[in-house]
Design a protein around this ligand. Structure first.
Ligand code: ZN
Length: 338
């Protein structure tokens, strides 16, 4: 399927017929990234909510469809929803592709010099955000593995923290430049909301509640709604180039890296020093790189290799661990923060 990267559809206050009977039919009725404006005559403020940058992260889209079906809408601000990677989400089976085979992760294509294909689409999405001079932007995702909800932000102003505090208890402050939407330079808070894994039953509710809270309008000038924990300096654990990866419950002597199959359980708590997280071949820690915010490899500071085992060298927290081989290989195994 050839993609027209310059294409975008606009819908304003869509009726029931446009929304179809359910969210899957609605997804299949879309033909490109789609902007949905829900207007509010009493307000001149706009909030932007983006979703489906990753086609396999449906919670924001499912919640959006559910919210749109609850009429009458009682939004106190103008809402612009942007449904991004429609083609990837539509590929069969639905919601299984982060991006199309041979394509690019569009959430690595923002803030880039290039302006073709996925970079062009990222620029068009950014323009659609800027068009309404929003007061805030929330980008909804699912984590690749099971996880509680958390926010990620590139900036830590009071407004960013306040906004995140409406949705969850933890915000990761990340200065890692990946080309993610939240890195765009715009004069309002932009945060990523990770709603939890798409297999987690609470994730769709987190996304729905977030839309409902935003539709009701939020005041970012008041003090925090609730305490929020700020987690600094996330680092990305990645495979070294051309390294094999498997997930298993024991060492089977595979080449490259074996990560324990239940790694996603660590998304929920602290990983203690001495914890075995997997097994490595004779190349040891050279199979892995741990990239900090200064682009340094600090793998030796946080892990050690002993009797083929990969062991945590200190206490740290793990985020976004996944057992999806394709994502672990192409993006990262997980994030850690000390
Ligand atoms: Zn995502």
């Amino acid at each position: 399927m050839a993609i027209d990267f310059s294409d975008v559809c606009y819908l304003e206050n869509p009726d029931n017929i446009t929304l179809k009977a359910d969210y899957k039919q609605f997804l299949l009725s879309l033909c490109s990234p789609t902007v949905i404006d829900i207007t509010c005559p009493d307000s001149d403020q706009w909030y932007v909510i983006t979703t489906l940058l990753h086609g396999n992260e449906p919670s924001g889209f499912i919640a959006l469809h559910q919210w749109l079906n609850q009429r009458p809408w009682q939004n106190k601000v103008n809402l612009r929803f942007i449904i991004c990677s429609v083609e990837a989400a539509q590929a069969t089976p639905l919601f299984s592709h982060r991006f199309l085979p041979g394509g690019k992760d569009i959430n690595r294509c923002f803030n880039h010099q290039e302006n073709r294909e996925y970079y062009l689409r990222a620029n068009i999405i950014e323009q659609a955000i800027r068009q309404v001079s929003p007061v805030l932007v929330v980008d909804m995702h699912n984590t690749s593995g099971s996880s509680p909800a958390f926010c990620v932000s590139s900036h830590m102003t009071k407004q960013h923290l306040k906004l995140a505090s409406f949705f969850c208890d933890n915000v990761i402050l990340s200065h890692i430049a990946l080309g993610a939407l939240m890195e765009i330079d715009i004069d309002c808070p932009v945060i990523t909301l990770e709603c939890g894994g798409c297999q987690d039953i609470q994730a769709n509710k987190v996304a729905f509640d977030a839309i409902a809270i935003l539709a009701n309008s939020v005041d970012l000038t008041l003090s925090h709604k609730q305490a929020i924990k700020v987690i600094h300096h996330p680092m990305r654990l990645q495979l070294a180039k051309d390294t094999d990866l498997v997930f298993a419950l024991e060492d089977k002597g595979d080449d490259g890296v074996t990560i324990i199959e239940n790694i996603t359980q660590f998304n929920y708590g602290v990983c203690r020093a001495g914890q075995i997280l997997g097994w490595l071949d004779h190349m040891g820690l050279e199979n892995l790189v741990l990239i900090d915010e200064n682009q340094n490899n600090v793998i030796d500071d946080y892990f050690y290799f002993e009797d083929s085992r990969l062991i945590a060298a200190c206490d740290f927290q793990i985020f976004m661990a996944t057992t999806d081989i394709a994502i672990a290989q192409s993006d990262c195994l997980f994030y850690i923060t000390a």
